[in-house]
Design a protein around this ligand. Sequence first.
Ligand code: HEC
Ligand code: HEC
Length: 278
Amino acid sequence: MTRKGNKSMGAMGGLAALAGAAGLLLSGLLIANQAAAKSKYEVDGRKSGYHYSNPETNEMQDDDFLNPGMLWVQRGIALWSKVDGAAGKSCASCHGDDARKTMRGVFTVYPKLNKKTGKLENIEQRINRCRVENMKAKPWKWESGELLSMTTFIGFLSRGLPMNVKVDGEVKPFFEKGKAEYFKRRGQLDMACKHCHIDNPGKRIRADLLSEGRAGQAFPLYRLKWQKIGSLHRRFRGCNKQVRAKPYKPGAEEYVNLELYVKWRSRGLPVEVPAVRR
Ligand code: HEC
Ligand code: HEC
């Protein structure tokens, strides 16, 4: 840009001041919006990871046009009516074209007992059971684009509803195992989940601000570090590796039990899928 003399510089200065004021106003609005969102993401003192996340990341989450996770929701919508497998059916064949009518709330109560096997089953496994038993199709692989997209879509359909997993009765033994896993010291650093997420939330650990790890309501979520959506089990693996412990396979019983405990820690918190984190 060339200098054009004092007069127009003055005008430009005025413009810059105006733009600055608008920017201030905007960031003021942003902070006000996020303050409202923040109170929504805290229930009985239990705080979602949203509280520990930075404002720019939260802004991405709050705006469906900016939220990169919405791409996986769209892919899930497309898969919903895609015919696959020997039975010649799509999800829509049985659950209807408008998934909002049949799937709202479903996400909030998983993992749940599978009465047939007597085992705990999470939402990914429930989706794959429908593929195998009802569509005669192959199960989708863990962390595949398809399974992530469908799980994200089903989570999105419950957005805003409180997490509400059942932990008593027949499910109690699984819950107790998941809880034990949360408190078990593991790895070369000899640390349990609780040492970071119960004892030290709000403290910095290297580049991260430790949260309460309450994200059962937020996964699958878009991580800037991953540059994509990832499952809760992928996050568990990452946390295991941080303490130099051997991670379990995604979908392993240990992780499904742990997922029940983590989702119970998120009880009452509104579903945020697809959330965005650093
Ligand atoms: C050495 C500390 C440490 C340990 C131990 C640890 N984590 Fe984490 N965890 C982190 C950090 C750092 C992050 C990213 C920042 C945050 O949200 O806390 C994280 C994030 C998470 C998140 C995502 C939170 C969100 O809102 O995005 C979950 C869920 C989680 N951890 C669960 C676990 C579980 C379950 C265990 C035990 C298997 C565990 N963590 C053990 C450090 C730890
Ligand atoms: C041939 C019919 C059929 C097809 C096709 C089918 N399902 Fe199902 N699905 C069922 C039945 C039956 C149930 C059990 C109903 C119940 O528990 O109320 C079920 C249950 C579910 C549940 C658990 C609902 C709950 O309330 O716990 C989910 C999630 C689900 N299906 C997702 C899917 C998805 C995603 C697809 C496509 C990939 C699909 N289903 C394809 C018949 C089907």
